[in-house]
Design a protein around this ligand. Structure first.
Ligand SMILES: Cc1cc2nc3c(=O)[nH]c(=O)nc-3n(C[C@H](O)[C@H](O)[C@H](O)COP(=O)(O)OP(=O)(O)OC[C@H]3O[C@@H](n4cnc5c(N)ncnc54)[C@H](O)[C@@H]3O)c2cc1C
Length: 440
């Protein structure tokens, strides 16, 4: 293992298997979801083919916050100690501000990081390197194969069952090879070819609903005031010009900060807004931020946009949030549209669904059972988050709530529990609890 910044080094994944090879399962995409699914499958004794279009080291546009939900998987995959030995920012709180500039800090106690589901922030280049390298090690050890720098160009089917994939080595126009397996897991993110095949082509259902897709834009900055140190709060600001949506400052340690904004695409289109100029305006002119950025410098070439497929329930379709299975195939992570519609977090749900899909393949269960299990596990919190997202579209409500929360410790405690513990999220269903806490 290379010393120093090993996440800037290439990962050796061995030779590309000959065309027409067979596997127990093909995993398309080597982000957190695909890498986790491949790892769990290999640990369960399956011969896996893991295919990734990028070549490590590679970046992924993200806010870089890895929430507590991910920590159990990071541990189960055997990379927790290694991850914690690399530079990261330990999140001990979340600062929220409302459009009128009021602020509240919700603490996530450091000593209780696992139970309270606080987490880290660290660049995705670093996080993804760790999970992909671990997946490669486990897959290769179990007689599978890992391919980087190859794009899945076709998803193959026979008698309405997905049977394998065609790849182009080095890109779409590169040398073609085909592979087959009784199961294929689609983990290719928001542009996943397996999702397109299952949802659009096979089921003729809607893949992209702009009211359930978010546009996100991030930049890396050095020297933003108030973001020094290697532990502390990440910041979520509901700024006047970005409602409905938010502006974030997620420190990464060592004085570097992930700065970005996100907004539901359907609502952004209605307001005819663009994320990059909106962010530039907040940084240069907003009274709460212009001084904090006065001596800061953007890291060149880091301004990039991407899309977040939200997991909010979509009324028209019975498979929520959208279809995630076909005979012979399952979808996970962003390919299954599982990003939290309030916080924008998707890494945790990519890992959770990766483990769940691997289990279903190992047990050779039908696809509908996977969809039902997935929604049973994630549906309640995704539905809650969607309600919160809709409430946050009202400026007056945000002003009122943050103002109230900044004065009442009991609301701060409630928010800590809401963010951090799953049981406490149940309280959101109790109108009596909310009324009592907010009004008195
Ligand atoms: C601006 C922004 C901010 C965000 N902030 C946060 C945050 O702070 N915390 C958080 O938890 N989440 C955040 N998210 C969401 C998070 O990035 C995703 O939910 C997460 O990356 C999903 O993981 P995944 O493995 O499903 O997909 P991805 O990470 O997208 O990985 C998919 C992989 O598949 C590969 N691939 C795609 N097509 C093909 C193909 N045809 N053939 C082969 N390989 C292919 C891609 O190269 C990629 O490596 C943010 C997203 C954005 C855009």
């Amino acid at each position: 293992m290379a010393k120093g910044r090993f996440w800037d080094m290439p990962i050796d994944t061995g030779p590309i298997p000959p065309s027409e090879s067979d596997f127990d399962c093909i995993v398309v995409g080597g982000g957190p979801g695909g890498a986790a699914a491949a790892s769990y499958l290999a640990m369960g004794g399956k011969r896996v083919l893991l295919i990734e279009k990028g070549v490590w080291p590679r970046d992924k546009v993200c806010g870089d916050a890895v929430g507590g939900k991910s920590l159990g998987h990071v541990k189960a995959l055997g990379i927790k100690a290694k991850l914690e030995s690399t530079p990261h920012f330990r999140v001990t709180g979340i600062v929220f501000s409302s459009p009128n500039g009021k602020e509240v800090m919700v603490p996530l106690p450091e000593e209780d990081v696992e139970r309270m589901e606080a987490g880290y922030s660290l660049p995705r280049q670093q996080f993804d390197w760790l999970v992909f390298e671990r997946a490669s090690e486990l897959v290769l050890k179990n007689n599978g194969a890992v391919i980087q720098g190859a794009t899945v160009t076709k998803v193959l089917d026979s008698d309405n069952k997905i049977t394998g994939v065609e790849i182009g080595i080095g890109g779409k126009r590169g040398e073609k090879r085909v592979y087959s397996a009784p199961w294929t897991i689609g983990a290719g993110g928001y542009q996943c070819p397996v999702a397109r095949k299952i949802v659009k082509e096979m089921a003729n259902e809607e893949l992209v609903d702009k009211m359930h897709y978010c546009g996100g834009y991030r930049e890396y900055w050095d020297g933003v005031k108030g973001c020094e140190g290697d532990s502390g709060s990440i910041e979520i600001h509901f700024v006047d010009s970005i409602i409905p949506g938010y502006f974030w400052l997620f420190p990464l340690g060592g004085g570097r900060v992930n700065v970005g904004i996100g907004m539901v695409i359907g609502l952004m289109d209605k307001q005819k807004k663009k994320l990059k100029p909106m962010q530039a305006d907040v940084i240069a002119n907003h009274p709460s931020f212009k001084d904090r950025f006065a001596d800061a410098k953007m890291v060149e070439g880091t301004g990039k946009g991407w899309q977040l497929p939200f997991g909010s329930p979509r009324k028209k379709e019975k498979n929520q949030p959208r279809r995630a299975f076909a005979p012979g195939a399952l979808l996970i992570g962003d390919a299954a549209s599982l990003v939290d519609p309030f916080s924008g977090e998707g890494v945790g749900n990519a890992l959770v669904s990766g483990e769940m899909a691997a289990r279903h393949v190992i047990e050779n269960k039908g696809g509908l059972a996977y969809q039902e299990d997935l929604w049973a596990a994630l549906g309640p919190e995704l539905t809650n988050s969607y309600k919160m997202q809709k409430l946050s579209r009202r400026k007056w409500l945000l002003n009122w709530f943050v103002g109230k929360a900044s004065r009442k410790p009991v609301i701060q405690e409630m928010m800590t529990e809401m963010i951090a513990s799953k049981e406490a999220q149940e309280n959101l269903h109790s109108k009596w609890f909310l009324m009592k806490t907010l009004l008195f």
